[in-house]
Design a protein around this ligand. Structure first.
Ligand code: C5P
Length: 222
């Protein structure tokens, strides 16, 4: 099969990264988690102690950062200026600030330029919020993955309850709903289903079922 690009978008906790990684593995493609890039910028901003109104400094920082994504044994590894940040970009603090940072249009432009470059030679599965609608509008296959907010919260809860002490399912559901709201309502390339993306509601589907339907779709659409 010739190489092509797959865009997978959807709200928080819809299973995009697990599914995108498995689809990439099955096809021998490269998986690119764009959420990790927004998280890496947010982590760096917090590390530097920048205040929410220091937008110019945030943009300058995003511009000067060297963000690299590399395949690891258990998923994608993330590096900032040579240091590994794979784990630290997933803390509650980063998660709580990432939608604010990713609403800054200039920061989006910097990261979108990197993302377009990574997909140039095709053969990538890229997941995020604006991939089919904005970053790779010509992607051969576009999927919009979703599931009810309750089920997304339940799935996330199972993943993090051991590491994030004191977190409750209700709080997680509220946080996810709030992040969706910010991502959908921002002005700069909001979370939206591209008109030509295939909608997959995974509320009642298992991970292998979703992966299988995407692989089938690739056969019919490419
Ligand atoms: O995918 P993940 O939940 O790790 O993404 C973290 C955040 O990064 C999202 O809530 C969103 O604010 C931002 N994001 C984005 N555009 C993308 C990918 C992620 O704005 N393409």
């Amino acid at each position: 099969m010739e190489k092509f690009n797959i865009a997978i978008d959807g709200p928080a906790g819809a299973g995009k990264s697990t599914i995108a990684r498995l689809v990439a593995e099955a096809l021998g493609f490269i998986y690119i988690d764009t959420g990790a890039m927004y998280r890496a910028v947010t982590w760096s901003i917090l590390q530097k102690g920048l205040e929410p109104d220091q937008t110019a400094e945030m943009i300058q920082l995003a511009n000067s950062m060297d963000i690299r994504l590399m395949p690891g044994p258990q998923g994608q590894l993330v590096f900032v200026d040579g240091a590994e940040v794979t784990g630290v970009i997933r803390t509650a603090e980063v998660t709580g600030n990432v939608s604010r940072v990713s609403s800054i249009a200039e920061i989006r432009s910097i990261l979108v330029a990197k993302q377009k470059e990574l997909a140039q030679s095709k053969g990538v599965v890229m997941d995020g919020r604006d991939i089919g609608s904005h970053v790779l509008p010509d992607a051969e296959v576009k999927i919009f993955l979703t599931a009810s907010v309750r089920i997304r919260a339940e799935r996330r809860f199972k993943e993090i309850q051991d590491v994030q002490q004191g977190i409750t399912l209700e709080r997680l559901e509220q946080e996810i709903a709030e992040r969706d709201r910010m991502d959908e309502q921002r002005e700069a390339s909001p979370l939206v289903k591209a008109p030509d993306a295939v909608l997959m509601d995974t509320t009642q589907m298992t991970i292998p079922e979703v992966v299988e339907s995407i692989l089938e779709l690739c056969k019919t659409q490419v």
